[in-house]
Design a protein. Structure first.
Ligand SMILES: C[S@@+](CC[C@H](N)C(=O)[O-])C[C@H]1O[C@@H](n2cnc3c(N)ncnc32)[C@H](O)[C@@H]1O
Length: 286
């Protein structure tokens, strides 16, 4: 092993040791501004590439196809700012009528990480109660508040006993899972739902490559009118099939979401477009 290889190996070992010990997460939480002090630099590079750049690239299409900002040179209109909610963090949640939910309504944020989305909801809508569910290892890094409860739970298991919530929220969950797994996650929620419980997936709905002859179908689901702005001769989906191949994600079209809901006891009833790329795809018990 030459000296350069040896140095790389040592850096990688240091990186692994730090993560295994958990010091990276705890330091980040306690002193975020100092989280990379005295580190090899590899951590910062990974954070920048995976957490910042990858997320920004997901918003490139939006920044290039939204007429008001497509030619803008303002920093806040860049894909990076859109992706990280720098301009308007609430934009992640716009669309759905959160304020119309009655006082005390419970929302279960399934696969909610350490609770960043629920914290935002709790802050903007004081009448709501939030339950964040995620794997035990993840939830251990979160922090409870009076209105945000944290619960270690595997979403493939039956829901823990509780009164059925007003809404199950799954933001950026099912795009990681093929239909058979995604349907199992949704079926678990359906089993625990009341007739009034709603399901909300926040996901990107992939446009078809060509104009589809589906105007009648779209009329039956509010919020799904075709408002594509992609100019000819570009494909309507801007080559997103290619993107799926690279990222190994399972992004779905409207009809694929419809079928997923039907396979798990839900019915797709409405879509709210947000200012970001993702839509809020609302289901009700079938
Ligand atoms: C792409 S992240 C989305 C996180 C969050 N909903 C958001 O919008 O930022 C997927 C989440 O699913 C969680 N997850 C993965 N497998 C899980 C499982 N079997 N049970 C519960 N949560 C799981 C991960 O820990 C992670 O927090």
């Amino acid at each position: 092993m030459n000296p350069a290889q040896d140095e790389s190996r040592q850096k990688l070992e240091g990186f692994a040791a730090e993560n295994e010990g958990g010091s990276c997460c705890s330091t980040s939480l306690r002193r975020p501004a100092q989280k990379f002090d005295n580190k090899s630099g590899l951590l910062a590079l990974m954070g920048c590439t995976v957490d910042e750049d990858f997320k920004a690239s997901d918003y490139l299409m939006e920044s290039l196809t939204t007429p008001e900002i497509a030619k803008s040179d303002r920093p806040n209109d860049s894909a990076m700012c859109l992706a990280h909610g720098i301009k308007d963090p609430g934009r992640l949640l716009d669309g759905f009528g959160w304020k119309d939910l009655p006082k005390g309504s419970v929302i279960v944020d399934v696969g909610g990480g350490t609770g960043h989305v629920s914290m935002l909801l709790a802050k903007t809508h004081p009448q709501l109660k939030l339950v964040v569910q995620d794997r035990h290892q993840t939830i251990a890094h979160g922090r409870e508040t009076k209105r945000v409860e944290l619960q270690g739970h595997d979403f493939f298991d039956p829901q823990p006993p509780r009164d059925p919530p007003a809404l199950y929220l799954l933001r950026f969950i099912v795009h990681d899972w093929a239909d058979s797994y995604a349907a199992k996650i949704l079926r678990r929620l359906r089993e625990a739902a009341a007739p009034t419980t709603k399901l909300m997936l926040i996901e990107r709905i992939i446009p078809y490559a060509c104009k589809a002859n589906d105007a009648e179908y779209r009329k039956s689901i509010p919020g799904t009118e075709d408002d594509s702005v992609v100019p000819k001769p570009l494909l309507q989906n801007l080559g997103v099939v290619n993107l799926n191949g690279y990222l190994a994600e399972i992004q779905r079209t409207l009809q694929e979401f419809d079928r997923l809901y039907a396979a798990s006891g839900w019915k797709l009833v409405q879509v709210h477009k947000t200012k970001g790329l993702a839509s809020q795809i609302i289901g009700a018990p079938a």
